[in-house]
Ligand binder design. Structure first.
Ligand code: LLP
Length: 387
């Protein structure tokens, strides 16, 4: 749906401002997750007819309430480590292993052993596991992660395809992989690709599916094609939201061309980014040589994305939500690094002062889970908000 920013509904954290302020009063830094927004995004995806199975890339947000919410919406889960698998089954002990994908990168042998013992779908993204541990895969179904040869995404650090990326088997090696799988007694049941994160061009997944379908034809045993995640999110309220209709149309078209494979997807960010906010309190307001800086009690320790990728997140003074925009300022955290800046040129109200609640929006994906204890600061708390 294409409505101008001005007509879009206010974000959940403004609609429920009192409850958000209450949550902040319990202490910050604190992430807050709005579960109705997670459900809304899950249901949007459920309406894409070409998709046969949906998985949530839980690396984006492994909070138990988020996992339970998505399980109830019919999602399976994509895990990249044994830690993620164990956490998932700890939260959802009755989850069928068929609803779990293990898609690791350079994982040790024991993680493959444990995943196989659990009965989850196991993905290999190079020849190495078959060559080093062929006995593990005898009589097993496996998934092959292919690198179609190009990367995409919001930043070079999140592109996972192409010659310089460590992920996936190069197309030219598929024949060798198929032979090694046959020799080990393994059956390639599915193909997988994940090319990058934060992609807005819907044609992307069309291209990925088509290139994997071509590979599948040569293998002969493939039943499903997993085109990964990567769906973008509009971090800026002025920007166009992800065009889900174009995504649905692109998938429908390519699915019609190769209907013999089940189409699987595994987004992370799309499902949870908008549902999360990072709450902080202002510690100090400092003016240095003409530059106003608003200091908060969490920075790159609580949310790495601005420092790591130059990512832009909306920043609001929730205490003074009705105030007019003030003089531009930098919003900084308490970490001893110059990269500890959450936002530049932000027009927080001029009255912004110690104790005000600062909200960093769209922080539900790759937020809390990437927080760290640098400078021995405490990890952020997490809370949920539901109807
Ligand atoms: N599948 C695989 C194999 C992945 O590696 C990823 C993300 C996903 C699915 C989900 O991608 P999504 O739908 O969330 O784009 N920390 C970065 C993002 C790194 C993504 C890593 N892989 C950020 O904050 O932008």
């Amino acid at each position: 749906i294409d409505h101008p920013a001005a007509e879009r509904p206010a974000p959940w954290w403004l609609r429920q401002r009192e409850r958000v302020l209450q949550a902040a009063a319990a202490g910050t830094p604190r992430y807050l997750y709005h579960l109705p927004t997670v459900r809304e995004r899950a249901r949007d995806l459920a309406e894409v007819p070409a998709i046969d199975r949906r998985f949530f890339a839980l690396k984006a947000n492994p909070h138990p309430a988020v996992l339970r919410t998505l399980e109830a919406e019919g999602f399976g889960f994509e895990c990249v480590s044994l830690g993620e698998i164990e956490h998932l089954f700890g939260v959802l002990p009755a989850l069928a292993p068929d609803r779990v994908l293990f898609t690791p990168s350079f994982a040790p042998r024991r993680e493959f052993e444990a995943a196989l013992a659990r009965g989850v779908h196991v993905t290999l993204d190079s020849l190495a596991p078959l060559q080093q541990w062929p006995e593990l895969f005898a009589g097993r179904e496996i998934v092959l992660r292919v690198d179609p040869g190009f990367g995409q995404g919001h930043h070079e650090k999140v592109r996972t395809g192409g010659k310089d990326a460590k992920f996936g088997l190069a197309l030219e090696s598929v024949g060798e992989f198929t032979a090694a799988a046959r020799a080990a007694g393994a059956r390639i049941a599915g193909l997988h690709a994940h090319i990058g994160s934060g992609i807005h061009d819907a044609q992307h997944w069309h291209t990925v599916y088509a290139s994997l379908a071509a590979v599948a034809e040569g293998i002969g045993t493939v039943g499903f094609i997993d085109v990964g995640g990567g769906l973008g999110v509009a971090y800026d309220p002025e920007a166009e939201p992800f065009d889900l209709e174009a995504y649905a149309a692109a998938l429908a078209e390519v699915k019609a061309a190769y209907p013999q494979y089940a189409l699987w997807v595994e987004p992370g960010r799309y499902l949870v980014a908008e549902a999360g906010a990072l709450l902080l309190h202002v510690t100090q307001v400092v003016r240095k040589q003409g530059q106003r800086r608003v200091g908060a009690d969490g920075g790159m320790n609580a949310l790495m994305r601005p420092a790591l990728y130059g990512a832009w997140h909306e920043i609001t003074n929730l205490t003074r939500a009705g105030d007019p925009p003030g003089e531009p300022c930098e919003v900084v955290g308490p970490v001893c690094e110059s990269s500890d800046v959450l936002g530049r040129q932000r027009r927080l109200p001029d009255a912004t002062a110690e104790g005000d609640v600062i909200l960093v929006g769209h922080a539900g994906a790759y937020g809390a889970v990437m927080a760290n204890r640098y400078n021995l600061r405490e990890l952020p708390q997490e809370d949920v908000l539901d109807d």
